[in-house]
Write a protein that binds this ligand. Structure first.
Ligand SMILES: O=C(O)[C@@H](CO)OP(=O)(O)O
Ligand SMILES: [Mn+2]
Ligand SMILES: [Mn+2]
Length: 512
């Protein structure tokens, strides 16, 4: 059916107001205590928005099923949060699609698996990805099912190239994940499958760079995974991770690259002609660079030295425009008719900016230029610094983010516009691991367990600005709204009604 792109006029709200959509990255709402960096930081701007509750400030869900993740135990993240914000509907995300494909077994009947399977007879199957149960980029239980399924379907020689996490899970948890995997692999060996961990390294230092920020990260991984070369050589991955973690200042996110060697000192699992490779992360952003290195014939980002002829498949296709990689085990979510597409087709000129320096100044300039009807920005501070686990630095980051919001709201004031301030998921509002009753958990030495990850907390949505119709307020009849309700809300602020199948708007207009 052809899509009708024309949005109906909103019965009460005018067109032509400039709208600023501000997304605070990693900014959730949690109980005020000393591990809540947003609470500790001076955040006068966000505090004043909160004073508009319940009519102009409210909370929405930003994790779990509200953003298309398998369960409400899954924390939110940038990918799924922004997808929900933009799509206005809840689409099953990568984690969930892989779960269903594994549960039904369909993953093993698909084109992608059939393709790599052709290497099982004479080649090695290599699995490369993030080893944790964080559920943001990958999940250990999915890797376990993949190992089981591949070995039952003829894979005789398997090599796993692990990336340690410490960002979506506690720092130090790498040891346990490696032990679990080693145990699984030894069980496979008992069944006659030659299965081993072949290489590893910390995700932020080895392989999982993004946006082509630093190719040397990918090169370090390439050298270990493909060439079998790394500065550190160990007899087992458990020994590797334990030894490297014992170095002063060591941290799972940044472990140096290592390879596992046999008795004679040779790497046990370089990637060679005739092998199959699966990158098992379902999330795209931090796999795209490796996928390019593995797949592109023309490649000049670093010297690959040796380019093995392999059959390569991603867990998902990581870039739908580049069709990268060409082969994949599970089809990615088909998010169509996004609010961004609708707004463009209804004449709304949008300026969007994220992950750049001086984002707030750019947003201010874009608003004041008059060239745009919507200015949408993502302010990364709270999340980026929250991932380091450094509480003091995160407090500073929250203050800076609050100042950035002020720059944008001042510009909204000047142009008589409207703002909507929200967040994509939590992070900075809770920096400590807690027990069920909310008390901070201590480790064996009595130190608090720092939480570097995102959280399960809800995030705020605040609206206002001189251009906002005075009768607008948050509805009280939507009980558990989530990020997907924001898209219809933004369409309303532009004077449009949202498409009927979008999650309902958060606002209503009282007659006055
Ligand atoms: O850094 C990342 O890759 C993830 C955490 O794993 O964070 P975000 O979803 O905020 O990008
Ligand atoms: Mn984010
Ligand atoms: Mn993050």
């Amino acid at each position: 059916m052809a899509t009708s792109w024309t949005l109906p006029d909103h019965p009460k709200l005018p067109k032509g107001k400039k709208v600023a959509v501000v997304v605070l990255d990693g900014w959730g709402e949690a109980n005020p205590d000393k591990y809540n960096c947003i609470h500790v930081a001076q955040t006068p701007v966000m505090d004043s928005l909160k004073n508009g509750a319940p009519e102009k400030w409210r909370l929405v869900k930003a994790h779990g099923t509200a953003v298309g993740l398998p369960s409400d135990d899954d924390m939110g993240n940038s990918e799924v949060g922004h997808n929900a914000l933009g799509a206005g509907r809840i689409f099953a995300q990568g984690a969930k699609l892989v779960d269903s494909a594994l549960a039904s077994g369909k993953i093993f009947d698909g084109e992608g698996f059939k393709y790599i399977k052709e290497s099982f007879e004479n080649g090695t199957l290599h699995l490369i990805g993030l080893l944790s149960d964080g559920g943001v980029h990958s999940r250990l239980d999915q890797v376990q099912l993949l190992l089981k399924g591949a070995s039952e379907r003829g894979a005789k020689r398997i090599r796993v190239h692990i990336l340690t996490d410490g960002r979506d899970v506690l720092d130090g948890s790498s040891v346990g994940f490696v032990e679990t995997l080693e145990n699984d692999l030894s069980q496979l060996r008992e069944k006659g499958v030659d299965a081993r961990i072949a290489s590893g390294g910390g995700r932020m230092y080895v392989t999982m760079d993004r946006y082509e920020n630093d190719w040397s990260v990918v090169k370090r991984g390439w050298d270990a995974q493909v060439l079998g070369e790394a500065p550190h050589k160990f007899k087992s991955a458990v020994e590797a991770v334990k030894t490297l973690r014992a170095e002063p200042g060591a941290n799972d996110q940044y472990l140096p690259p290592f390879v596992i060697v046999d008795e004679s000192g040779s790497a046990v699992g370089p990637i060679v002609d005739g092998d199959a490779v699966v990158t098992f992360n379902f999330r795209a952003d931090r796999m795209v660079m490796l996928a390019k290195a593995l797949e592109y014939a023309d490649f000049d980002k670093f010297d690959r030295v040796r380019v093995p002829k392999i059959r390569y498949a991603g867990m998902l296709q990581y870039d739908g425009e580049l069709l990268l990689p060409k082969r994949y085990l599970v089809s990615p979510p088909e998010i169509e008719r996004t609010s961004g597409e609708y707004l463009v087709k209804n004449g709304i000129r949008t300026f969007a900016c994220r992950h750049a320096v001086e984002i707030a100044e750019k947003a201010r300039d874009a608003l004041l230029s008059g060239k745009f009807d919507q200015v949408r920005v993502n302010l990364p501070n709270g999340d980026m610094v929250g991932h380091t686990g450094d509480i003091e630095a995160t407090v500073v980051a929250c203050k800076t983010a609050d100042e950035a919001v002020k720059i944008i709201l001042d510009a909204v004031e000047q142009v008589g516009g409207i703002y909507l301030v929200t967040a994509d998921h939590g992070n900075a509002e809770d920096m400590v691991k807690r027990n069920k009753s909310g008390q901070p958990l201590l480790d064996k030495s009595g130190a608090i367990q720092i939480l570097t990850s995102h959280t399960l907390q809800p995030v705020p949505v605040a609206i206002g600005g001189p251009g906002l119709h005075p009768g607008v307020k948050f509805r009280s009849d939507i009980e558990t709204p989530g990020l997907a309700n924001v898209a219809a809300t933004v369409m309303n602020l532009h004077g449009f009604e949202a498409p009927a199948d979008y999650e309902p708007t958060l606002i209503e207009v009282a007659d006055n």
